[in-house]
Design a protein around this ligand. Structure first.
Ligand SMILES: [Zn+2]
Length: 194
């Protein structure tokens, strides 16, 4: 009985922190976000960069998602991926030096094809139906190759306007971008899947 009680109390403690147990931003992370202009894109050819690109990422604390600092990060990630020197369709946290679960993705499935930013994102479902298509990566500038990806994904993330956890079903090329970018958050590069 007593053991059961202790276990229940422990579980309650664990569960109460699951909602927001993300590590606080380090000084180095704040410096990366607070800098000016286009962000430096890490590449696999640099030894230290490749360690970051192979890391597992953490969520952002909800407090950060509410802050001006996160708005700044979202703006700078979009400015970086759309810059003429990069001209990408998606970018992930580790690619700008942050081991955090955030991606910016161009929504080819939405009117105007806007870039949108998705913090604390996870892939919840991958369809068995696959498609093979060409991919490249801002962090591996020299290589392009064919990768097989699911045609449909279900993603979960925190909506940056409402700060609510939401789910979204995405299909086609945009679903491929989400798979490529969320792979980055687990330290996986598209060349691993070629
Ligand atoms: Zn990439």
């Amino acid at each position: 009985m007593r053991h059961g009680f202790v276990l229940a109390a422990l579980m309650a403690m664990v569960c109460s922190c699951i909602a927001d147990n993300a590590p606080r931003l380090s000084r180095a992370e704040k410096d990366i976000i607070d800098a000016e202009g286009i962000m430096r894109v890490l590449t696999v050819s640099d030894k230290e960069d490749s360690l970051v690109l192979r890391s597992k990422c953490s969520d952002f604390p909800v407090k950060i998602l509410r802050s001006e600092r996160f708005v700044r990060l979202a703006d700078r990630m979009i400015a970086t991926v759309t810059d003429s020197t990069q001209d990408g369709v998606g970018i992930a946290g580790p690619q700008v030096g942050l081991k955090r679960r955030v991606v910016a993705v161009q929504r080819f499935d939405k009117a105007g094809e806007p870039f949108e930013v998705y913090p604390n994102i996870r892939v919840e479902y991958l369809s068995d139906e696959k498609q093979t298509g060409p991919e490249g990566c801002l962090s591996i500038p020299e290589i392009h190759g064919e990768v097989e990806r699911s045609q449909t994904v279900v993603i979960s993330y925190v909506d940056i306007r409402t700060l609510e956890a939401v789910r979204d079903t995405v299909r086609g090329f945009t679903a491929v971008i989400f798979q490529h970018e969320t792979d980055h958050l687990d330290g996986i590069l598209f060349t691993d899947r070629m």
